[in-house]
Design a protein. Sequence first.
Length: 279
Amino acid sequence: MKQFWKNLLRNPGSVVGLLILAVVLLVAVLGPLIFPQSPWRMVQRPFLAPMAVDGFLFGTDALGRDVAAGLIHGARVSLLVGLVSTLAALAIGVPLGAVAGYAGGRVDDALMRFTEFFQTIPSFALAIVLVAILQPSIYSMVAAIAIVSWPPVARLVRGEVLSLRSREYVQAAVVTGHTGGWIIWREILPNTLSPIIVLASLMVATAILLESSLSFLGLGDPNLMSWGYMVGAGRTVIRQAWWITVFPGIAILLTVLALNLVGEGLNDALNPRLAKEGR
């Protein structure tokens, strides 16, 4: 573990990403204590410019709502959707990929054809259809993002399991009479964690972008303030009040960039060859 952190912190990009993520997490956790009022509450006159009045650092939107309060509460929504949808996608993709890789034959063919069916449909279009059918809410967004995100996980895990199932320790477990489920859970999956962790960090970033895009189109939860909703709400008055769109857009950009930088750092830290080369 000490060597892992040493390798991770050796990468300047991952350090920057971790710092940005730490700030975003602190904002998401402690922000509602700073802005306990509802982000939907009208607190000043509309289109108040940033820092024009004390207490309104980022100004107000078209309805007189505090943009800073929206950013604070939106951080929690974006991170929650990104993390939960990624965990749900992993819960679908990892078992399917593991079973396909270990069983092989017709089981592998059937599961991979099922996976390819989802990959033939554009992810964003499928997410829009699913959210529209299920009615816009945070639950439908999480479900839709998880459904469109699991196929790459399944293919990754299948490839890793195919390369590991012929190893000596797996064959020894087979000879000693252990069941296939026990072998997959205890012998194979622990050795596939590194690529899964790296992929998961990148999936969180993609999930945040998907949530922001759905909210931008008006398919987000109508009861929750999110960065995507704020960008969408300000797009029609961007010339008159640029700050309504720019500030949440910057928040999305920095968060997604940080997650990608951390993902690259994790790839280097968890890859023994790259770590040994000092990348």
